[in-house]
Design a protein around this ligand. Structure first.
Ligand code: SF4
Ligand code: SF4
Length: 407
């Protein structure tokens, strides 16, 4: 409740809010949403479908949190209120509750996501995907079409990185564990391989625990707090023997750094203190990098810049690559519309934000776009492709690994 009362209605957050910029509606702004959440918390209004709709449209990007001079913890308030709506069974009619249930039942479970993607890999390789797209067969099914359009080319064998890799070089920095991530391990397995390679080159002994599960981020953002807590409790023991837990997916890292808030006990606090984004860990390393003559721009994943306040590190690392020219992306901090599974649930708003992001990327003239989150990579790639923009969309780790000189 204190967090809700902290809002002084100044409106400084409004221009930073993607949904307010698109819709221009007070109730689709941070100030309006805080007003609704506070009114419900004080029993001045009930938990209604209208309120649920305004909260469904929120991306949870937390740009408002960065902008807010009063320190309103918007992300935590949003997740807690979504949890209340969930417990009371309040669902806006526009929300596809079955799709949400399906996504939450599949995505955080590698044992389910893997076989499903195997079928989709056949769909891509057989030429069926090209035919479906040419004939526009999914046009009447807007959410299915949104899902299909997002699919990046699926790698042949999404093999896991080795379970243990020893540090290279004379200087040993410690022992780190790498989170595989549910989306990362299947859609961008090369990012996990490159993460391990870079960490070993930076002087870390690396372990990739095989018994790790999902961090629970999707459930947290959907307000499924009990399931999120259960997933967090299952994940933490897998990393008990490492100095740091390294994450290369911004959404996962942000949720894991908040374990102490949602699981108020000593084990969660000690775990959360050890969680780092890969860019934070590599900052004090001296990686041997050869020149890459590329023009690159950088998109700020919301859960990195706003959720974790990691802003300078990815850019600084890219600037260390000799020959690489880093150009500023206008509105780099504005959400691309991915927001976990938001782009599957709210394809219209996500599509508008994706189009705006691709237009800004075009203005930079860069040949490569980087972002440290698999959801952003998929969303940006899809919208650049749809606008006929020929850019490579990769994780910053991919470029660093490309430049890494093996010694
Ligand atoms: S989290 Fe993002 S979309 Fe939601 S109110 Fe804040 S700025 Fe707007
Ligand atoms: S910036 Fe903070 S205090 Fe001002 S309206 Fe937005 S949430 Fe409220």
């Amino acid at each position: 409740m204190d967090g809700l009362r902290a809002c002084v209605h100044c409106g400084i957050c409004l221009p930073q809010c993607p949904t307010y910029r698109v819709l221009g509606e007070e109730m689709d702004s941070p100030r309006g949403r805080v007003y609704l959440m506070r009114a419900a918390a004080e029993d001045r209004i009930g938990l209604t479908e209208t309120m649920a709709r305004h909260l469904d449209l929120c991306l949870g990007c937390r740009a408002c949190e960065t902008a807010c001079p009063s320190g309103v913890p918007f992300g935590q308030l949003l997740e807690a209120t979504r949890g209340q709506l969930e417990r009371h069974g309040v669902v806006a009619p526009q929300r596809d509750a079955n799709l949400l249930r399906f996504l939450l039942a599949v995505f955080p479970h590698p044992g389910r996501l893997g076989p499903m993607l195997h079928g989709l890999r056949l769909y891509q390789r057989s030429g069926l995907q090209g035919l479906v797209r040419r004939l526009g067969l999914l046009a009447p099914f807007r959410r299915l079409r949104a899902m299909e359009a997002l699919l990046p080319p699926l790698p042949t064998v999404p093999a896991l990185p080795p379970e243990r890799v020893e540090a290279r070089g004379a200087r040993k920095r410690g022992r780190v564990g790498v989170l595989l991530g549910c989306a990362q391990r299947f859609f961008y397995p090369d990012v996990n391989h490159d993460t391990v390679r870079l960490l070993a080159a930076a002087g870390y002994d690396v372990v990739v625990p095989r018994d790790q599960g999902c961090c629970g981020a999707l459930h947290l953002h959907a307000g499924r707090i009990d399931e999120f807590r259960a997933m967090a409790r299952r994940l933490m023991p897998a990393f008990r023997d490492v100095d740091l837990v390294v994450v290369n997916a911004a959404g996962c890292g942000s949720a894991m750094k908040e374990y102490a808030h949602w699981l108020p006990d000593e084990a969660a606090r000690l775990f959360a203190e050890r969680v780092r984004d890969i860019s934070e860990v590599l900052m004090d390393s001296e990686l041997p990098l050869r020149p890459l003559r590329e023009t690159v721009t950088y998109h700020e994943p919301c859960h990195l810049v706003h959720g974790q306040r990691v802003r300078a590190e990815p850019r600084e690392l890219l600037r260390r690559v000799p020959g690489l020219t880093l150009v500023d992306l206008p509105d780099a901090e504005l959400c691309c519309g991915s927001a976990g599974i938001y782009n599957l649930l709210e394809p219209e708003m996500a599509g508008e934000l994706g189009r705006q992001k691709a237009a800004r990327i075009r203005e930079t003239g860069a040949r490569i776009v980087t972002a440290g989150n698999p959801g952003c990579l998929m969303q940006i790639r899809q919208h650049c492709r749809a606008q006929g923009l020929s850019v490579e969309v990769v994780h910053p780790v991919t470029l660093l690994a490309r430049a890494l000189e093996e010694r």
